[in-house]
Design a protein around this ligand. Structure first.
Ligand code: NAP
Length: 307
């Protein structure tokens, strides 16, 4: 049996359905993963709604889901890094993680440490790699600098707060006040409630803004940048065209990196990195969870399990 959560057109929750599809074969250099858990991302509803249809045209019906954890069931020709039964985690090069069996290039996958369960493993690939790369590759964050993280209580932000604090930065966050205690526990020095405060009048100058929100939040952020500061946005591709003259704005897209994910998973396995899961639901509920994620969710990541 291979259940797959697929969209048959673009639209609201009604276009998502659970289908029976063939178990994929493992092509050369691929493995088939028996998926046990898959992380929910804002990209799920953005794709479902058709917001990405020009950038990423899909052949419909198309399965949703971009990251997974589970165990290898079969290996394709030429695969030496994994054997059937190995526990693995990783982002997908495309879509389709919400399925019982998924074929994926072996190079995308990392072994899941024994101490990390599949639910927490599935919460890590996209969010932890995005946070790390946005802070240190695109953002070049240095010890002693100040970083402002917008959307800090979400999937990416929860990792970014921890990485920035460990790197010796001063960490300022925007989030709802209900999440302030959570963010301080992760390492935030200051939490600004975006619902009641104007961050652009209550903080600055900062060396780096990690924008996980876009829109008006991004627009106001230019005001808080220090002289050599920059904004790295994962939420607003238009930052490239809209960066004011004399300012530095960077659109950032996560790059799969199995080796780095292995390092980050090891941190979590040792207890040196908290992996926050806001909600666990089974595949039959995934469409509803994706719909709810559009309007917000508890701190951390929502996870779909496939038993
Ligand atoms: N470019 C890439 O490679 C890449 C990779 C991963 C993610 N992303 C994008 O990055 C963004 C964040 O992803 P995510 O997975 O962290 O999403 P998420 O888990 O939904 O987190 C977003 C967070 O932003 C908060 N928020 C909403 N409005 C806000 C505002 N005005 N000010 C401050 N915080 C606000 C939300 O809190 P409440 O709603 O609870 O208040 C939520 O905690 C999304 O746009 C996603 O598509 C891009």
């Amino acid at each position: 049996m291979n259940r797959a959560l697929r969209i048959h057109g673009y639209g609201g929750a009604e276009v998502v359905q659970l289908d029976q599809v063939l178990v994929p074969p493992a092509a050369p250099s691929e493995v088939v993963v028996r998926v046990r858990a898959a992380g929910v991302n804002p990209l799920d509803w953005k794709i479902r709604d058709g917001l990405m249809r020009d950038a990423f045209p899909l052949a419909l019906p198309a399965a949703l889901g971009i990251e997974l954890a589970g165990e290898v069931s079969t290996i394709g020709a030429g695969v030496t890094a994994f054997s059937p039964g190995d526990r693995v985690m990783g982002p997908l090069p495309g879509l389709g993680a919400y399925a019982d069996h998924v074929a994926v290039a072996a190079s995308m996958l990392t072994r899941t440490p024994a101490e990390l369960d599949d639910v927490r493993a599935a919460a890590m690939p996209v969010a932890s790699l995005t946070a790390w790369q946005a802070l240190f590759d695109a953002g070049e964050l240095q010890r002693g600098q100040t970083v402002l993280i917008h959307g800090a209580a979400g999937g990416v932000g929860s990792f970014a707060v921890q990485f920035a604090r460990r790197a010796g930065a001063r960490v300022v966050c925007t989030a709802q006040s209900v999440n302030a205690g959570y963010l301080h526990a992760l390492g935030a020095h200051e939490v600004i409630d975006y619902r009641t405060q104007s961050f652009w009048t209550s903080t600055g100058p900062v060396d780096l803004v990690i924008d996980l929100v876009g829109g008006a939040t991004l627009e106001h952020s230019w005001q808080v940048l220090g002289e050599r500061g920059r904004i790295v946005s994962t939420a607003a591709p238009e930052i490239t065209a809209n960066t004011p003259s004399g300012k530095r704005g960077v659109w950032f897209q996560m790059r799969p990196d199995a080796a780095k994910l292995g390092e980050l998973a090891a941190l979590a396995a040792r207890g040196d990195l908290s992996v926050q899961v806001s909600e666990i639901a089974d595949l039959a509920e995934a469409g509803a969870v994706i719909e709810r994620s559009k309007t917000g969710h508890g701190p951390g990541k929502a996870i779909i399990t496939l038993t």
